[in-house]
Design a protein around this ligand. Structure first.
Ligand SMILES: [Zn+2]
Length: 97
């Protein structure tokens, strides 16, 4: 699964001054059309908001442009999506050559 394929579901939402609806609180990875998150949480039962226009990579607090109000990233979704990214700057040092 490529991280760019995933959108975002979050426990909260906010609208920035430009009217862009962005995720807030705890974010999960979500595949458009699915009724649950990547880690298996049912959207309706958990009352998660869907953000089909926000990519998973953009909701990461460390690097994402739409993550201003994201306070937490679901660790199970993060593990499923993979933490390693090479198309974006990532400051964590990699011990392997
Ligand atoms: Zn999750």
């Amino acid at each position: 699964m490529r991280p760019t394929d995933a959108a975002v579901a979050a426990t909260d939402r906010w609208t920035d001054p430009d009217g862009f609806r962005a995720p807030a609180g705890l974010v999960h990875a979500w595949l458009r059309g699915a009724n649950q998150t990547v880690c298996g949480v049912p959207l309706s039962r958990a009352r998660l908001h869907r953000f089909p226009h926000v990519q998973w990579v953009d909701a990461q607090p460390a690097t994402g442009r739409d993550a201003d109000r994201v306070s937490q990233v679901c660790p199970r979704c993060a593990a499923a999506m993979g933490q390693k990214r090479d198309s974006r700057p990532w400051t964590r040092t990699n011990p392997r050559p």
